[in-house]
Design a protein around this ligand. Structure first.
Ligand SMILES: NC(=O)C1=CN([C@@H]2O[C@H](COP(=O)(O)OP(=O)(O)OC[C@H]3O[C@@H](n4cnc5c(N)ncnc54)[C@H](O)[C@@H]3O)[C@@H](O)[C@H]2O)C=CC1
Ligand SMILES: O=C(CO)COP(=O)(O)O
Length: 333
């Protein structure tokens, strides 16, 4: 059934998801924090900055008015970067009810605390408000172009998860659902840090063997932290984990991979970020992953190297050496 959906955040991902929902016949209000940009999008029927080659479906409307986007909307979807999740919750709170629930598509943790975003939302709204997260291997441009894509919807309530899967599902977009928010959130966040590592290796020209080793041993790190924090391992072996890990470690559309490649080629973080000009979640996430890993007593040597290179001036080539020289151990660990 067609409904009205507010999508809060008009970067590449909010725009692409808004387009998918509009293609499914829903009335979509896409909020951009920059009112001029919202006006230009509404006038030109395209997000010129992030997805210039993808015209908007008819039932998608951009606005710079947050409250107007949310007022009367039957569903609410937050698609800001994770560092803006908390402040977006502040603004959205008056519009959230047990009927609307709250969904989001950000991948990362609360900065400074390492809390998962569903913990932040749960804390804010209590158990009465159903929550859902959309995650999985999904480059915005390919979704905007309607290329076949499959994602995971993780939700606190099965009906709410299914409802979001149904809102999105169809038109070359498949949505699976799960009750494992912890696994879905960890997978989507940690893969960004590992994509930086793979990008670095490729930037240094280390070859395909290195890339495959980083993906596989990176997955082992993800699953280890997942086990410690109560994730269902099936989730990490599915779209939200290995699926998104493979996509971002190998696909050059990934901003995290591109950051890594630039670092591997000898550019600085600031130079790389200026070139990419979009959010690179893996940077802040590297800090929070290390915080969580330390707290849980879990070894994450690849994530640790990425963190050291980003924040402590460690050398990327030396990092590879450190990883290669670690003590021998069984592969199952
Ligand atoms: N682009 C993609 O392919 C995918 C992105 N994601 C996730 O979606 C989230 C958003 O990323 P993108 O749209 O790709 O980023 P982007 O870099 O394309 O756009 C970021 C947008 O967020 C807005 N923004 C920044 N700070 C804000 C704030 N404080 N309040 C409101 N808006 C703010 C910016 O104005 C911009 O419109 C991230 O967590 C990302 O990991 C998830 C899956 C796919
Ligand atoms: O999460 C993504 C695809 O699933 C997008 O990855 P990047 O943020 O690295 O571009």
């Amino acid at each position: 059934m067609a409904t009205t959906i507010a999508v809060l955040g008009a970067g590449s991902w909010g725009t692409a998801l808004g387009m998918q929902l509009a293609r499914m016949g829903h009335e979509v209000r896409l909020w951009a924090r920059d009112a001029e940009r919202a006006e230009a999008m509404e006038r030109d029927r395209v997000n010129q900055r992030y997805l210039p080659e993808c015209p908007f479906p008819e039932s998608l409307h951009a606005t710079g008015d947050f409250d107007a986007a949310c007022r009367g909307a039957e569903h609410l979807l937050v698609a800001t970067p994770s560092h803006a999740f908390g402040e977006t919750l502040d603004r959205i709170t008056p519009f959230v009810t047990a009927e609307t629930g709250l969904a989001w598509a950000s991948k990362g943790f609360e900065p400074g605390t390492g809390r998962l975003l569903h913990e932040v939302a749960r804390d804010r709204f209590g158990p009465e408000i159903p929550l859902a997260l959309i995650t999985g291997p999904s480059f915005a441009r390919e979704v905007a172009q309607s290329l076949p894509t499959a994602v995971t919807v993780a939700a606190t309530d099965p009906e709410f998860g299914q409802a979001w899967a149904e809102l999105l599902h169809g038109n070359n977009f498949r949505a699976y659902y799960t009750a494992d928010l912890v696994g879905a959130e960890l997978g989507g966040a940690i893969k960004n840090v590992l994509a930086v590592a793979c990008g670095m290796a490729d930037g240094m020209g280390l070859g395909h063997n290195t890339r495959a080793a980083l993906i596989t041993r990176g997955l082992a790190e993800m699953r280890r932290l997942g086990r410690a924090l109560g994730a269902d391992d099936h989730t990490l072996m599915g779209l939200a984990g290995i699926g998104d890990l493979v996509l971002t470690c190998t696909g050059d559309q990934s901003r995290n991979r591109r950051l890594g490649m630039a670092l591997g080629q000898g550019r600085s973080v600031d130079e790389a970020l200026a070139e990419i000009g979009q959010v690179v979640e893996g940077i802040k996430t590297a800090e929070e992953v290390m915080r969580l890993a330390e707290r849980a007593g879990v070894e994450m040597p690849i994530a640790e190297q990425v963190h050291g290179i980003l924040f402590r001036g460690w050398n990327a080539r030396k990092g590879v050496q450190v990883l290669m020289e670690r003590d021998l151990k069984p592969e199952t660990d």
